[in-house]
Design a protein around this ligand. Structure first.
Ligand code: ASP
Ligand code: MG
Length: 243
């Protein structure tokens, strides 16, 4: 059983949350699952990085912005691997390029093209949890690329597709997909299941729970996604072929 789990920035916002995610991951690994974990930058790190770069050079090149912004996810990956290690389980962190995620060369909005999966496979064979920095890959000329805001979801779906994972779970700060933003509309209703197409329409209308490309990729590869809360452990919303 190979499980891909993705943790968003709010699910990793402080050390308590990282450790709580690490406990869930470690439990599944101890039960025998091969675990590939994709992490976003902690909390508002990416916004802070963009603001800081803007103070140095508001027109910094897209290449340098990618090199700089990708660091947010790398910090999370290192911390998560150390958190899992602290619980006594072997784990290794990988950047996008170490994980073999090859993209086109569109800095700031790159598209994943293929996965050179040998490193991840080798680490899984050795019995390690593999923690992959989300939101990033390597372009055709060897430079770091990023996938667009919210792109860690797409990292997770791409890994699930290329590794033929049995499950792809997206952990976030809401307990699933709602017809409206539940943080703004208390009367919003949650879907138990939603189709790719309806999910894509919600995103078009402003829903931010998933990166649009992640849903397109899931649809293309027939990957069933589960969107669920990192805090409650309750079942979330399944995004799949049927409503
Ligand atoms: N950290 C990046 C962002 O804030 C990517 C992600 O969270 O998925 O957009
Ligand atoms: Mg997100």
């Amino acid at each position: 059983m190979l499980i891909v789990q993705k943790y968003g920035g709010s699910s990793l916002a402080d050390s308590g949350r990282i450790l709580s995610a690490a406990r869930r991951i470690t439990r599944l690994a101890q039960q025998g699952a091969q675990m590939v974990v994709v992490v976003s930058a902690q909390g508002d790190t990416t916004d802070d990085l963009i603001a800081a770069a803007g103070q140095i050079n508001p027109r910094g090149s897209a290449r340098e912005m990618d090199a700089y912004m990708a660091a947010g996810e790398q910090l999370s990956a290192g911390l998560m691997a150390m958190a899992i290690g602290a619980l006594g389980y072997p784990a290794v962190s990988l950047t996008g390029w170490q994980a073999g995620l090859h993209t086109d060369g569109v800095h700031g909005n790159a598209e994943i093209q293929w996965l050179e999966d040998s490193r991840i496979r080798q680490e899984l064979e050795q019995g390690r949890v593999v923690v992959v920095a989300g939101f990033q890959g390597i372009g055709p000329n060897g430079d770091i690329t990023t996938l667009g805001r919210g792109g860690s979801d797409t990292t997770a779906v791409a890994l699930a597709a290329f590794l033929q994972a049995d499950m792809c779970q997206i952990f976030t700060d809401v307990d699933g997909v709602y017809d409206r933003d539940p943080r703004r509309y208390p009367g919003a209703t949650r879907f138990g299941r939603i189709s790719y197409d309806r999910m894509l329409r919600l995103i078009e209308n402003g829903a931010q729970v998933l990166h649009d490309r992640s849903v397109e990729l899931a649809k293309r590869h027939g990957i069933c996604l589960e969107v669920l809360s990192a805090f409650t452990g309750a079942p979330g919303t399944l995004v799949g072929p049927l409503e």
